[in-house]
Design a protein around this ligand. Structure first.
Ligand SMILES: NC(=O)c1ccc[n+]([C@@H]2O[C@H](COP(=O)([O-])OP(=O)(O)OC[C@H]3O[C@@H](n4cnc5c(N)ncnc54)[C@H](O)[C@@H]3O)[C@@H](O)[C@H]2O)c1
Length: 368
């Protein structure tokens, strides 16, 4: 039986990954600091059959204890709020990048066969676009004066509105937030380490993950969680810009399977791989679908017509590489998975902190 260390294994994705690994007959150890923002005062839901080391990624002694006798590592522990990363910079860079550095340094000389790190779609910045002439653009940025004027869609070289298309792993990265920077540094650290020490390394770039167990009281993460907490409290979801920005929502069970496949499939070693659903939805569509699923279709979202610093307009995944290297095929579609998600949200008594999040960003001039 292989023993796998899952860092951040008490978090949203972590708990599903742990369950997936246990179901497949692996031994699992978790290293998690159980940080307040994610776990609050509530007793953390720690999977029972897993062994838990409570500790911070930056604490070498805790990491040493967690790595003892481990065959492979899935590294999920991270601070995860894009907006928050723009003002709690030391916390994000410290937890995510120094944390990864301590993990890798502690792995030197240990018989860890493979490490899979959770990276993020945020490293792309804007996704891929086509010009009106059919040319693919890999590097698109919105100009702040356009955003301030409410021109939300990125413009091409001739001033035309560009068409968003699925983003593949060859698209150059463009780091637009401190969070994205920390995720890219995590990904690179792991791949460089793998190459140098002969450890098989894989980075999964996750798109918008949703599902039961998502942190609903943490206003800095997951748009679906934010909308769900608002709707559960009879409040309108708050949508930045005009609501027509597009994203890719992938179910957490599909993500958990992708992590297991990334541990198992020999061809994945050394690769960066997108994990998404391969489907694009506008944020306004998602708000409407969720309101319907939660039984409050009359609550229309509040369109703020304001942009959040560091946000991108469109990004959805090309998952060809995941299909080819991992044999990954998403099993869940957003439309079908929202009912059970809504049921779970209702059962949790979600606290809505959306207004607080907006105020904190506004106070720091990060909304315009
Ligand atoms: N949820 C998404 O949509 C999404 C998208 C892209 C990438 N990711 C990545 O997936 C991973 C897991 O995300 P999640 O949504 O489950 O987040 P989460 O906040 O629910 O879980 C993260 C876990 O890591 C722990 N943790 C944080 N900092 C730590 C530290 N310094 N030391 C030890 N433990 C620490 C937390 O206590 C928490 O249990 C993260 O690396 C995140 O960047 C998530």
């Amino acid at each position: 039986m292989a023993t796998i260390l899952v860092t951040g294994g008490c978090g949203f994705i972590g708990r599903h990954v742990v369950e997936e690994l246990l179901e497949q007959g692996n031994g699992v150890r978790i290293l998690d600091a159980l940080i307040d923002q994610v776990h609050g005062d509530a007793e953390a839901m720690v999977p029972e059959a897993a062994e838990v080391v409570r500790g911070d990624m930056r604490d070498k002694a805790a990491v040493e204890e967690a790595l003892d006798g481990v065959d492979a590592v899935i590294h999920l522990a991270a601070e995860v709020g894009v907006g928050q990363s723009m003002y709690e910079i030391a916390r994000y860079v410290g937890g995510n990048d120094l944390g990864t550095a301590v993990l890798l340094e502690t792995m030197i000389g240990r018989p860890v066969r493979r490490i899979v790190v959770a990276s993020s779609m945020s490293v792309y910045g804007e996704g891929r676009y086509l010009t009106s002439g059919g040319e693919q653009l890999g590097f698109v940025r919105r100009r702040s004066e356009h955003i301030k004027a409410g021109q939300w869609d990125p413009l091409g070289p001739d001033g035309e509105v560009l068409t968003p298309v699925a983003t593949d792993e060859e698209k150059p990265v463009d780091l637009a937030s401190i969070y994205a920077l920390t995720k890219y540094a995590q990904e690179k650290q792991v791949l460089i380490f793998g190459e140098a020490y002969g450890v098989e390394a894989v980075a999964l770039r996750l798109f918008n993950v949703f599902g039961a167990g998502q942190a609903l009281s943490n206003p800095y993460t997951g748009v679906l969680a934010n909308f769900a907490s608002r709707l559960a409290n009879s409040q309108a979801p708050m949508i930045f810009e005009d609501g027509r920005q597009r994203r890719d929502f992938v179910h957490v069970r599909d993500v958990a399977r992708a992590f297991r496949l990334a541990l198992e499939k020999p061809d994945a070693a050394g690769h960066v791989i997108n994990i998404g659903s391969g489907q694009a939805y506008t944020i306004a569509e998602v708000a409407a679908l969720l309101a319907e699923a939660m039984g409050v279709p009359h609550i229309a979202p509040e369109i703020l017509n304001k942009a959040r610093s560091g946000d991108i307009r469109n990004c959805f995944a090309d998952i060809s590489k995941a299909r080819e290297l991992l044999g990954f095929e998403p099993r869940y579609r957003l439309e079908n998975a929202l009912e059970p998600f809504a049921e779970w949200v209702r059962s949790t008594g979600a606290i809505d902190r959306g207004a607080e999040m907006k105020r904190q960003l506004e106070e720091r001039g990060l909304v315009s």
